[in-house]
Design a protein around this ligand. Structure first.
Ligand code: MSP
Length: 511
């Protein structure tokens, strides 16, 4: 069986999950369901990044030992994703058993092959980013653009990974694999960054400054830099080094936000080269969800909690809105007005209204089946749109243009509405001689609804399940998209009309 390994970043335990974290994790869940429908065995990893200065500081402020602090927030992440029906397979924590040993093995291997040196270093460190920023990375006021804080000047002796040794090999790899980093402008950003000489990566922190980390195996006065520890989660989770599932690893798609492009497109691949591990398949980079014109982030305090938002506006409405309103890779503004408009237009009206109007007409007129030999050209033209829409959906997913997939699906909903308005089944129901036309037009509509449910399953899994149940079909039909245009002469309708999405009104702008 073909396989795919999908990963989200592992989130720092300094903040509870907000919409920015949710977007990437929900996208991974959507991709998992999408690929499963196309015959892949998918492993989806998410988790928490628990070491480092930022966590040590937060735990101290909360008056808790760092492990206790990390345990609490990691549990919040895990529970939140579960409550939001995000179907991860691995929840990786960097404080979990064996991770430290494996990270030490990796550092030791680099040391043994001469890729680690000890030297004095001065630079400006942003604790929010947990890395040194170069002068071109700070804004005009000298602040970190993401955290709006001044990086601290630091000078200390540390161990360095000779990342610069791998600069040319990395450039060659990116040149030879044009689809490795998507969308394209991030690939160009990395290539342009790599035109400058690449520095080496400081991979240690003196214990005089930080103790909350994994001990450096060859010098007990140091702990390992948090990013070096965190990135290795992706391979450690697959059993590296002793039971490594290298095939699954090669299928890996890393989903990240643009804030961590450099760590994933430069640090990580050079670490993999030095460790002799093959490269991951793809790095997919998303933009920011903004609130006003600022990135939503814990440190700026402008966050929305996905559980609160869904409790207010309805299950799965946020998934649909976030995928529909962000051009993947670019920034998007979260606006309650456009969220509410999207729910009403596409979920409450759109699919919700379509399902309810067709099923109500079926119930009222006791229609469940028809004679397929009566199909007209108009019916066939509509039915053929199922495959065309699925093809458009698949293309959009291959190109990371999730917006286009949803747009194609919404157009299909409109085409069915248009067909019903033309066929006027409510008028046909009044003429006994038009019974065959009534049955035909309603059953064609049911077939379209079945296809719409199967197609949207990756985005609206629960709603899709409810629709299939109302059609009298088993949930296993959601497991594949291949039969989306099957012919069906009838449905085991219960005549129940499911409540899918409520119309909503705006309460107040939650910013
Ligand atoms: N711990 C590191 C990642 C280590 S991966 C080996 C980290 N954690 S984080 O908690 O800061 O979360 C980073 C990720 O959360 C971003 O890369 C992005 O995927 C997501 N987002 C956080 N805020 C976001 C927005 N406002 N908008 C969109 N996504 C953002 O960095």
């Amino acid at each position: 069986m073909k396989s795919k390994y999908l990963t989200t970043p592992i989130y720092y335990v300094n903040a509870k999950p907000h919409i920015g974290h949710y977007y990437t994790t929900m996208l991974a869940d959507t991709l998992k369901r999408h690929y499963m429908q196309r015959g892949y065995a998918v492993t989806f990893l998410t988790g928490t990044d628990e070491h480092g200065e930022k966590i040590e500081q937060m735990a101290a402020e909360a008056g808790k030992p760092p492990q206790m602090f990390a345990d609490e927030i990691a549990a919040v992440f895990r529970d939140t994703w579960e409550q939001l029906n995000l179907n991860f397979d691995i929840f990786f924590r960097t404080t979990q058993k064996d991770h430290a040993k494996k990270v030490q093995t990796a550092v030791q291997r680099l040391k043994d092959r001469g890729d680690i040196v000890f030297r004095e270093y001065s630079g400006n460190y942003c604790v929010g980013c947990e890395r040194f920023l170069t002068s071109s990375e700070v804004n005009a006021e000298g602040l970190c653009p993401d955290h709006l804080r001044k990086p601290e000047p630091r000078s200390e002796a540390n161990y360095f990974f000779l990342m610069s040794k791998y600069q040319q090999a990395l450039i060659d790899y990116i040149d030879q694999n044009p689809e490795w980093i998507e969308p394209k402008h991030y690939r160009n950003e990395v290539l342009s960054f790599l035109k400058q000489p690449l520095g080496d990566l400081c991979i240690s922190r003196p214990k005089t400054r930080l103790t909350w980390g994994i001990d450096l195996p060859f010098d007990d006065k140091y702990v390992i830099y948090v990013w070096f520890d965190a990135l290795l989660n992706y391979t450690n989770a697959l059993g590296w080094p002793d039971d490594f599932d290298a095939d699954l690893w090669r299928s890996c798609i890393h989903l990240v936000g643009k804030d961590i492009l450099k760590t994933h497109a430069v640090y990580w691949p050079t670490m993999l080269m030095a460790l002799g591990i093959p490269q991951f398949a793809k790095l997919q980079v998303g933009g920011y969800w903004l609130s006003g014109d600022h990135k939503m982030s814990k440190s700026l305090g402008n966050v929305l909690r996905p559980l609160d938002v869904e409790a207010q506006y309805g299950t799965e409405t946020l998934r649909f809105y976030l995928l529909k309103d962000m051009a993947y890779g670019q920034d998007a503004s979260f606006s309650e007005n456009s969220y509410v408009a999207c729910i009403n237009a596409h979920l409450a009206n759109g699919i919700g209204n379509l399902v309810s109007r067709v099923l109500t007409l079926c119930a009222k007129n006791e229609v469940k089946s028809f004679d397929p030999s009566t199909l007209t050209d108009k019916d066939r033209t509509l039915l053929a749109l199922r495959r065309l829409t699925l093809d458009a959906w698949d293309r959009a997913f291959e190109e990371c243009k999730y917006q286009n997939a949803i747009k194609a699906w919404c157009e299909l909903v409109s085409s069915v509405d248009f067909y019903i308005n033309e066929m006027k089944p409510w008028a046909l129901a009044k003429q006994p001689e038009s019974r065959a036309d009534l049955e035909r037009s309603l059953c064609v509509s049911l077939q379209m609804i079945e296809a719409l449910a199967i197609m949207i399953y990756p985005v609206l899994p629960q709603a899709a399940g409810k629709i299939l149940a109302a059609l009298g079909l088993g949930q296993s039909m959601l497991a594949t998209a291949t039969d989306v245009d099957r012919t069906s002469a009838g449905y085991g309708l219960t005549y129940d009309v499911p409540k899918l999405f409520m119309r909503v009104t705006i309460t107040e702008e939650t910013t």
